[in-house]
Structures are given as structure tokens and as C-alpha cells.
Design a binder for this molecule. Structure first.
Ligand code: ADP
Ligand code: MG
Length: 476
């Protein structure tokens, strides 16, 4: 069946409607009339020149994506501006203006054709005025796959990352969301994927950016209102976009909106997006629902706390790379003592190496204990959800099964809520995984429990005492 201007435009409208506010849709798209479809160019009629300018300025990318989806690459859009003559409706004034759709770009050395309307397309990383954009990938080659050691705790994320590096944009892992606690390797893995892609596909434009820097750039562009489009356009030129610590966009609604448009554009065009976060998607608060749901389109892979063998491997590889030998019992001691943070594990090893090379002595267990205690004391005591349940249930004279049971008896519910509260406070587990371990509840129940415990502490003296007692029991 051959496509008509109307069917093409109606399909575009469906896509557009999904991606903007109802108000904006009504104002800017309902009045548009599809006029003609000739080969790959669609003509639409708009009621004024201002209207055309507004569409171009605010919805350029959305229109481009929608149209490319419908007509394919090389789709063109032509505006017909039809102004009614006020004196008499029989006369009208028509002007045809092509949309300033740009050609596709794919290399790190990006040539941008500049339209007269939008004379500057600023790369936030280069000096203004340079038209041949050189996009620095911001990748750190020291973070690669070779030195990202594999273990049970990172197997899924690591292999998904490798698959992506082999076929950026061409796997179902798009976006890839890597999440996990601090110091577990998110940033390292994110760089490793980018570095590997640049090695395999030198022509692809890869960009690594922290969400913090992204936000700063967005704010800078938004202040000089004119640059906002340039900001978004710039990001839409990227083939592989890596955004680190995406949880930092929480509560920043405008930045999220800009990211939403960038994300949609990249995803629609088969570009790869890689995100990291210190929280699982269900635990991310104040991130717009439409963004959250997109984060889950691809694969969410957790970096877990490494097991003893992985910790040992990481220590040994660090020693090997630094050309240092260390007694077996020291390696074992460090690997057993620092469990929840690879950054701290490395820190302790670096300290040990420094001590041994300055004093030109072999590291002994005594020294190792002193150094490690500096690192361990800084981290919260490592309690497990199991321990918390044990301590809480014995404090309230009940067994763990009772604590976990489905009963609605008030004192049992409260004990369970307190256990959830401490699990959230003292472990790095997600709400979902806390819920699962404490009586198979869902994340919303855990969230509710945490809020209830917070509230009750300020209104109920006896309850407050329970929490304080338990807090000291769990800490020592
Ligand atoms: P995050 O971004 O999750 O806080 P990082 O990526 O900064 O953590 O990692 C912290 C440190 O631990 C880095 O120096 C990194 O090289 C190291 N590291 C993390 N995971 C691994 C691993 N699997 N193998 C080797 N080193 C690792
Ligand atoms: Mg990091």
C-alpha cells in the first residue's frame, strides 16, 4: 500500500504525542496540516512563520526522528506557511521553507553543516567557533577490560559490556544500566566499554560524561537560552553515550527533560547508551517515570559486593602490575578484612606497598592489621540483613519466622518494620532485595516501613528507645 501524506503524518503525530506534553501537542501539532508526500519529502502546512520557527527551534529533533521512522533515512520536511489575509479570506500568502535537517555524522571528527538559522553548534568541550567538531571522548584508557577482573559479582554486567563493545547499538542491551554500591567498579566498567569500542570501531563517536558535568553543561546552556538547542544537538551527534552516576539527575526535572530528548533520539537511531547508578531503578527517587521506564528498556545489571576469590584476584593483579611481592598471609588477611568496597581494598594495598617500599622491609601481619584497620574503621560496620533480623527478633523475644510472617499483629509488624529500617540504613541492599529477604515483601512496603519508623521515633518515646537500643546493639 502506498503511503499518503496523511498516513505518514498521522503516524508521526502518534509518536510525537507520546513524547511531549498534551498542552504542547495541542498548541503546536494539532493545527498542522499534512499537504503532500513526494518521494521522501513531506510538506506540512503551518499557520504562521512564527509557528514554523517555533517548531524548528523546539521540535526539530522530534520531527526528525518521527519522520525518519516513517520515511527512512534522508527524510525531508518542507514547511508551507499559509497566512490568511485579514481583509478577506479569499487571498492568502504562501511561503515554502525546508526544514534544516542535517546530514548524519558518525566519526569522532564531526563535520557539521551549519544552517543559517542555527549558525553555532557548540561542542561543550571545544572552543567556540570551531566548526569541525573534535569530540574528546573523555575516556580513561587505564580503565579497561583487561584490568577489570571477572568474578561472580560482576559477571553479568561485564559480559553485557563486552557484548555491547562488540556491537554497539546492535544488542538488546540498550540502554545498559550498571548499578551497585560505591567503589564496586561502575565507573571502571563504563570506561572499559567505551575504550573497547574505540579500539574496535575507531570511527564511532564515543563520549563519557558524569551526570554532574552533564547537568552543569545543561545549566550553562539554559542560562544562555539560545544555546540549549546546540547542547541537545551536540549530544545527538554521539554514537555511544556513557553517562556516569545518573542518580545525580534526581530532582533536576529540566535536566532530565533534556536528557530524555537526547536519549530518545539516540535510541531511535540505534545509538548505544550506557548508564551507571548507585541505585537500582526501583530505588531511584525523583526521576521522572518516563525516564525510569526507558532505563529499563535494555538491561539493568548489578555490580555486587565481590566474593573472597575475586577480592584476592584484584589484590594479586594490583601487586603484579606494580611489581610487588607480598606474603600470602597478608594477601589473605586483606582480602578477608575489606569486603564491601574495591576502592578501599585498593587503597589498603597501595598503603601497604608504600610502607614496604619506604621502610624497605617486608610487610608483616602487624603492619597489615594497622593499615587495614584505618580503612575498615572508615567504612560502616558490615552487617548483613540476616544479622539484623536475628538481633531485632531476639530483642523483641520472637523468632525470625514470626518476624517474617504475614501477621498484622501490631508488635510484630513494628519489629519487622524496624528490621527493614536498619537493613536500609546499614546495608547497601536495594529496597527490593531487603523486601525479598524480610518476609518476601515488595520495595514499596520497605519504603513505607522506613518512613513509619522515622515518624514513630519522633512521636513515640518508647518506640524511639527500641530503635536506639537496637542501633547500639547492631553497631557493636
Ligand atoms: P564506582 O564507580 O562503582 O564507585 P569505580 O569504578 O571507581 O567504582 O571502582 C573503584 C576502584 O576499584 C577503581 O580503582 C577500579 O579500578 C577498581 N575496581 C573495581 N572493580 C574492579 C574489578 N572487577 N577489577 C579490578 N579493579 C576493579
Ligand atoms: Mg563511579
Amino acid at each position: 500500500m502506498s503511503k499518503t501524506a496523511e498516513t505518514v503524518w498521522n503516524n508521526c503525530l502518534k509518536f510525537i504525542e507520546d513524547n511531549i506534553s498534551p498542552q504542547a501537542y495541542k498548541t503546536w501539532f494539532e493545527p498542522v496540516i499534512a499537504v503532500k508526500l513526494q518521494e521522501n519529502s513531506l510538506s506540512i502546512q503551518v499557520p504562521s512563520k512564527f509557528f514554523y520557527e517555533w517548531l524548528e527551534e523546539h521540535y526539530f529533533n522530534l520531527l526528525k526522528v518521527a519522520l525518519t521512522k516513517e520515511i527512512g533515512k534522508g527524510a525531508k520536511l518542507l514547511y508551507i506557511i499559509k497566512m490568511e489575509n485579514k481583509a478577506g479570506s479569499s487571498q492568502s500568502f504562501t511561503e515554502k521553507i525546508p526544514s534544516s535537517h542535517r546530514g548524519r555524522v558518525s566519526s569522532q571528527d564531526v563535520n557539521v553543516k551549519l544552517s543559517s538559522k542555527n549558525p553555532e553548534l557548540k561542542n561543550p568541550f571545544v572552543i567556540p567557533g570551531i566548526k569541525n567538531l573534535k569530540i574528546d571522548s573523555q575516556l580513561n584508557a587505564n580503565y579497561n577490560f583487561d584490568n577489570f577482573l571477572e568474578g561472580e559479582s560482576n559477571r553479568l554486567a561485564r559480559s553485557a559490556g563486552k557484548a555491547i563493545a562488540n556491537k554497539p547499538g546492535g544488542t538488546s542491551f540498550n540502554p545498559l544500566l550498571v548499578f551497585g554500591g560505591s567503589g564496586l567498579g561502575k565507573t571502571h566498567l563504563a570506561h572499559a566499554i567505551g575504550v573497547d569500542i574505540k579500539e574496535k570501531y575507531p570511527d564511532k563517536t564515543v563520549l563519557y560524561i558524569s551526570a554532574e558535568k552533564f547537568t552543569q553543561q545543561y545549566i550553562d546552556s539554559a542560562i544562555k537560552r539560545k544555546n540549549l538547542n546546540d547542547f541537545i544537538h551536540f549530544y545527538q551527534l554521539i554514537d555511544v553515550l556513557i553517562v556516569d552516576d545518573i542518580q545525580l539527575l534526581s530532582g533536576k526535572m529540566k535536566t532530565q527533560e533534556a536528557f530524555f530528548h537526547i536519549f530518545n533520539h539516540l535510541h531511535q537511531n540505534g545509538k548505544q547508551v550506557i548508564l551507571t547508578s548507585d541505585k537500582a531503578p526501583v530505588d531511584m527517587q525523583e526521576i521522572e517515570q518516563r525516564l525510569l521506564s526507558r532505563f529499563k528498556w535494555g538491561l539493568s545489571a548489578e555490580l555486587q559486593v565481590p566474593d573472597y576469590y575475586t577480592r584476592r584476584k584484584i589484590i594479586e593483579s594490583k601487586l603484579y602490575r606494580d611489581g610487588v611481592e607480598m606474603p600470602e598471609e597478608i594477601i589473605d588477611f586483606v582480602a578477608r578484612s575489606i569486603k564491601t568496597n574495591i576502592r578501599e581494598l585498593e587503597g589498603a594495598i597501595i598503603s601497604l606497598i608504600a610502607h614496604s617500599s619506604f621502610s624497605k622491609t617486608e610487610v608483616d601481619l602487624n603492619l597489615a592489621q594497622r593499615i587495614v584497620s584505618n580503612f575498615v574503621r572508615k567504612t560502616k560496620k558490615d552487617v548483613s540483613i540476616d544479622q539484623i533480623q536475628k538481633v531485632v527478633s531476639s530483642y523483641f523475644n520472637m523468632d525470625i519466622e514470626t518476624l517474617q510472617s504475614k501477621t498484622r499483629k501490631r508488635h510484630i509488624v513494628q519489629a519487622r518494620q524496624i528490621a527493614m529500617y536498619f537493613a536500609k540504613k546499614m546495608t547497601k541492599s536495594s529496597l527490593a532485595s531487603i523486601g525479598k529477604q524480610i518476609g518476601s515483601r515488595d520495595h514499596a512496603t520497605v519504603l513505607h516501613a522506613c518512613k513509619t519508623v522515622d515518624n514513630l521515633q519522633s512521636t513515640d518515646k518508647e518506640f524511639k528507645k527500641y530503635v536506639e537500643d537496637l542501633s547500639s546493639k547492631l553497631k557493636y
